[in-house]
Unconditional design. Structure first.
Length: 577
């Protein structure tokens, strides 16, 4: 969801609760488009308000994290310090549902007189003079308004949109929504400020309406339901009844956040939080981390994908070569038949007709008229031997190519699980060790320093579950962390993580079914099959799992196992440190 007016209202309410009457203790500008304000409250606590006006990720929230500031403070930071540092916060307001937060601060000027200044986040209040702004916008950039020191500042008209907080008349609401024939959810956010498309769709869902239906086709009873849901939402905002949450997809990637409950995501994982700042900090941190790691791993992903494509082409060529060797036995039989019936051949014959004593069928064998029957027979035996050698060589090559492809596909799956630089470094080291990419190996001490940790979960019944995020970690949890009585899980058909269900000295036969199901769902979730409705999982006691000598990282064999088909997921599990 965009940082809409409803989210802004929740943030403004939280700033008001946590900092009103507090004193601005410190102001820093860690990045060119970020401000970090530290406030000492009357209760003796310290609050850090983080403000970003990044073009791609603008946000405002409280954070416990401090950021290193540059040695020399930027000009805008110095202006803020001059006019607001040591000032007392007197007000926190939001005009309507605009995406504007206005923080009033009492501060003594150079003459010792008490003055009230305003820090306006994104926009400034009407009839104000701009002292300075973190971004300077000239008339050449914006025809709506200039944002420059000394200019009058105002909130631009929002294209004739109405303030939803003041919408009281159902007839006016209906006429506003129905004035143009457009999808219903667009009619909502297109006519009222501060409402995002996601929230508009959710309002339609709450009212039991299709957001894509034409607003002109909205009936009276349907309009009453929609207006009722609309007013209920506005009353929640007016009375600060917020319920911050983050929506996750099946892969637990954050897809949306909201300051109020989103009813239309009931089939997805929803996590509630006590604070909108916690939501924003976690959402943007996870989004930023995922995007940053994906960018940093882009080269590695491309290398792995290119090698897999190359191996797939090589595999197809080898299959074709193997198919061509199937006629080798025909040449051997031809040689044997010529040796048996060749006495009947006359000099210069181009073929030999005889009975194949293996099938009792008549065959015609092509001959070289310039060669004797013995030489023709030997020619066919030579062809047979050549194809036999080719078959043996190609069979071995196919096995090696398939092993390479399986290994690289497992690496490709591991790249989807990386969370930090250590995880990426482990995968790159694996590729270096296998000779896929160039680079000097790291020292043992460096390996230990950069080694990533496997994922650790606790089941509903208190069993520890470990997940390898790459092949080195798969080998570690299977052959070093696990003991013989622990249970081992892995996707049957898809590359993915090894999962260990720790039993320790307990009886492996007394593990409850729910723990098996949760471990199986975890193995399905951390596999390439996580998008499937069901994934087949093999599970077996760890003592039955073997690693062939000289095999690639992550490769194991087992000859007896149980199986289950289960939906991927991590429901019921608690992530441990």
């Amino acid at each position: 969801m965009a940082f809409d007016g409803i989210t802004t209202a929740a943030v403004a309410d939280e700033i008001r609760i946590r900092t009103l009457k507090g004193r601005i203790y410190k102001i820093a500008q860690p990045e060119k488009d970020e401000i970090l304000i530290t406030v000492k409250t009357g209760e003796g606590t310290t609050e850090r308000l983080f403000i970003s006006v990044s073009a791609s990720l603008p946000f405002v929230y409280f954070t416990d994290q401090n950021k290193k500031s540059p040695d020399k403070a930027p000009n805008f930071c110095m202006v803020l310090r001059k006019h607001m540092q040591n000032g007392r916060i007197t007000s926190v307001t939001q005009p309507g549902l605009e995406r504007v937060i206005k923080i009033g601060v009492e501060h003594r000027d150079e003459m010792g007189d008490m003055k009230e200044k305003y820090l306006c986040i994104e926009l400034m209040g009407k009839y104000s003079k701009v002292i300075d702004s973190i971004k300077h916008i000239s008339e050449s950039v914006s025809s709506v308004r200039a944002v420059l020191p000394g200019r009058d500042y105002f909130i631009p008209e929002t294209l004739d949109k109405k303030d939803p907080l003041t919408a009281e008349d159902p007839d006016d609401f209906m006429s506003t929504i129905k004035k143009t024939a457009t999808p219903l959810f667009k009619a909502l956010y297109g006519n009222y400020t501060g409402i995002s498309p996601v929230e508009s769709n959710d309002l339609c869902f709450r009212a039991g309406l299709d957001g894509n239906m034409s607003s002109a086709a909205l009936g009276d009873s349907e309009g009453e339901k929609l207006f009722s849901c609309f007013r209920e939402l506005m009353e929640d905002i007016k009375n600060s009844r917020f319920s911050p949450e983050i929506v996750y997809d099946k892969t637990m990637i954050p897809v949306d956040f909201a300051a109020v409950h989103l009813s239309g995501y009931e089939d997805m994982e929803i996590k509630s939080f006590d604070s909108i700042s916690l939501v924003l900090e976690k959402f943007y941190a996870e989004k930023n981390r995922a995007e940053r790691i994906r960018q940093r791993s882009a080269d590695t992903r491309k290398i792995v994908s290119t090698i897999i494509e190359r191996d797939a082409k090589k595999y197809d060529i080898q299959l074709h070569q193997l198919e061509s060797t199937k006629k080798k036995d025909k040449y051997r039989v031809y040689g044997e038949l010529i040796n048996t019936y060749g006495y009947s051949c006359a000099e210069g014959d181009k073929s030999l007709k005889c009975i194949n004593f293996y099938t009792n069928e008549e065959v015609t064998i092509p001959l070289d008229p310039d060669k004797t029957p013995l030489e023709n027979a030997q020619r066919y035996f030579d062809r047979y031997q050549k194809l036999k050698r080719t078959e043996e060589a190609v069979t071995l090559q196919l096995k090696e190519t398939k092993a390479d492809m399986d290994h690289l596909q497992s690496v490709q799956a591991s790249l989807d699980l990386i969370e930090n630089e250590s995880d990426l470094n482990e995968i790159r080291r694996e590729l270096m060790d296998a000779g896929y990419i160039r680079g000097k190996g790291l020292s043992k001490g460096k390996k230990k320093e950069e080694a990533g940790k496997p994922l650790h979960f606790v089941s509903s019944d208190g069993y520890d579950l470990y997940v390898g995020k790459n092949n080195y970690q798969n080998d570690y949890i299977t052959f070093k962390l696990a003991t013989g009585n622990d249970w081992w899980f892995h996707s049957k058909k898809f590359p993915g993580s090894h999962v260990i269900l720790k039993v320790g000295r307990g009886d492996p036969d007394k593990v409850p079914d729910r723990a098996f199901n949760e471990a199986g769902a975890l193995a399905a979730f951390y596999s390439k099959g996580r998008g499937q409705s069901k994934v087949e999982i093999d599970y077996v006691l760890k003592k039955e799992v073997k690693k062939p000598a000289g095999s690639k990282p992550g490769f194991v064999v087992y000859y007896t196992n149980y199986s289950m088909a289960i939906e991927p997921g991590i429901q019921g599990l608690t992530e441990a440190d």
